[in-house]
Write a protein that binds this ligand. Structure first.
Ligand SMILES: Cc1cc2nc3c(=O)[nH]c(=O)nc-3n(C[C@H](O)[C@H](O)[C@H](O)COP(=O)(O)OP(=O)(O)OC[C@H]3O[C@@H](n4cnc5c(N)ncnc54)[C@H](O)[C@@H]3O)c2cc1C
Length: 482
């Protein structure tokens, strides 16, 4: 590297929650640092849209694991009003033709509960068991319980299980069943006044000169003696410690792509191998703002639109069961344009939560990609689904404003967060990234198991790496326990 070189004790790449938390802890101990962020704003995957009638979360909505979430504890004890709200009333389920009361009559939720227990049990009882997709394991369960299930339960319980797609952002056909179940430690709490407040508080506490935005890191050259960083605006930096907090999708990216980073020498195989064994989800969020709430159930926090079972698939399943065979599935053609009712959709009723006549829809994988690429099609896709919530079709209003997430099309995220397809195991990658490469450290939601994929996990990982540096430089007492 040539030209003027600026030196900092620590360089942090990325100013999402992991990078910013790391900077906050370093700053408190007087460490000289520079945080380089590619986007023109701070916060990364935390993004609160404030262009409409209310604040809308296009990234995270909830604090998870609230019994063991140290960031949440800080939020609860802060002077700021985050508008904490538990939107965890039972959701209202509805389908193309069926209502919540129908699914209740069929006792679908009871079967889904058992199906989840079945998934837990099979991997617990047989540790080396081959990981299969969520869709396949649902069919295995149906086969096992075939004499005890009604036709409606066989048809709809697997579709209910697909709500997991709206956690992981990938299709159930491609989702690891071993890592699919979500067992939150404590209730999930919504930050009604905006997650961006968490980011703003940290940014306000840091010296402005130590935060650079709108500039991407393009190259990292390293040897045991020297770490050098080059950016897209032609600047060169050296540092004693480097903390890399870019998303897993960016670490996996070809360096020639926008956002990609060239490593010299290349990342070691112990990191690249587990990296290539991980997937990245595509959770999307779409807000529809109306002049008034035309939907029924004003008092319900959440609606879940259940995908319509495909008649030929149901027929195949029934025929396999008649033949006493485990049903198997044919992968659906992702190239077809998504049709309403092909996918489950989670809808937050912001009239209940934030007192605005708006609905916030969550989508997964192929559907997210499609709508994020074609935001003008968001309403035409959702209209038939949302219309089912109206008292009568003539009550349905056109939205006054539509706000769409852009996670899959943004070069610095390229999706939502780390996800597992069958056979993936996040443990190895987490171990290798936590171990780091000497003074090159890694933080972010993909570098931690407790809080993996979540805001608080990313926050804890940023804290972990600041602590590492503070101990290594003699500013903090303690043992490095990883
Ligand atoms: C739609 C959606 C919903 C979610 N819902 C929840 C939820 O309800 N609760 C929850 O806890 N979590 C949720 N999450 C996950 C949560 O948002 C993330 O886990 C967390 O914000 C990740 O923080 P991070 O610091 O690891 O990464 P990021 O926030 O992505 O920060 C990394 C930063 O690196 C920057 N960067 C990338 N490449 C470069 C480069 N070459 N040079 C410089 N900078 C670069 C990026 O621009 C980014 O700002 C959700 C995420 C999404 C997308």
């Amino acid at each position: 590297m040539s030209g003027t070189v600026e030196h900092h004790e620590v360089i942090v790449i990325g100013a999402g929650i992991a990078g910013l938390k790391c900077c906050q802890d370093l700053n408190e101990k007087g460490v000289d640092f520079l945080d380089i962020e590619a986007r023109k704003r701070f916060g990364g995957r935390i993004y609160t849209d404030r262009t409409g009638k209310s604040n809308y979360e296009l990234g995270p909505s909830w604090a998870h694991d609230t019994l063991t979430n140290p960031l949440f504890d800080e939020i609860v004890n802060s002077k700021d009003d985050y508008g904490l709200y538990y939107d965890d009333q039972n959701p209202y389920y509805f389908g193309e033709k069926l209502e919540d009361s129908d699914y209740r009559k069929f006792k679908v939720n009871q079967v889904v509960k058992e199906l989840k227990k079945y998934i837990e049990l099979v991997y617990y009882q047989e540790l080396g068991r081959k990981d299969v997709s969520v869709k396949q394991i649902a069919l295995d369960y149906i086969y096992r319980q075939r004499k005890l299930l009604t036709p409606e339960q066989i048809e709809y319980a697997p579709q209910f299980l697909r709500h997991l797609e709206l956690w992981h952002g990938i299709s159930w056909e491609h989702m690891s069943s071993k890592f699919a179940l979500v067992d939150n430690v404590g209730r999930n709490c919504c930050l009604r006044n905006g997650y961006d407040q968490v980011i703003n508080r940290i940014v306000e506490s840091l010296p402005a000169k130590s935060l650079v935005k709108g500039v991407a890191v393009s190259k990292i050259e390293h040897s045991p003696k020297k770490i050098e960083v080059a950016t897209t605006d032609g600047h060169h930096y050296t540092c004693d410690f480097l903390v890399v907090t870019v998303p897993q999708s960016i670490l996996q990216l070809d360096p020639k792509e926008t956002g990609g980073i060239e490593w010299m020498p290349k990342l070691p195989q112990r990191i690249t191998e587990p990296l290539s064994n991980m997937d990245f989800g595509k959770l999307g969020k779409f807000v529809f703002e109306f002049s008034e709430p035309f939907w029924k159930h004003h008092d319900t926090d959440r609606f879940i639109a259940i995908a319509t079972p495909k008649p030929d698939e149901t027929k195949n399943v029934m025929e396999s069961l008649d033949r006493n065979q485990v049903p198997s599935f044919v992968e659906s053609n992702q190239k077809e344009l998504p049709k309403p009712w092909d996918f489950p959709v989670l809808i937050l009723n912001l009239y209940k939560v934030n007192h605005v006549p708006s609905l916030l829809c969550f989508t997964q994988g192929a559907l997210t990609e499609y709508i994020e690429k074609n935001p003008e099609k968001a309403w035409s896709y959702m209209k038939p689904i949302i219309s089912r919530l109206a008292k009568s079709p003539k009550d349905v209003l056109e939205p006054e404003n539509v706000v769409c997430s852009q996670w899959t099309v943004n070069p610095y995220s390229r999706g939502s967060y780390a996800a597992c397809t069958p056979g993936n195991d996040p443990t190895d990658l987490v171990i290798q990234l936590t171990r780091g490469m000497g003074n090159i450290r890694f933080a972010g939601e993909h570098t931690i198991l407790d809080g993996a994929g979540a805001v608080h996990g990313a926050w804890i990982s940023g804290k972990r790496e600041a602590r590492y540096i503070l101990i290594k430089t003699g500013r903090m007492e303690g043992e490095i326990d990883f």
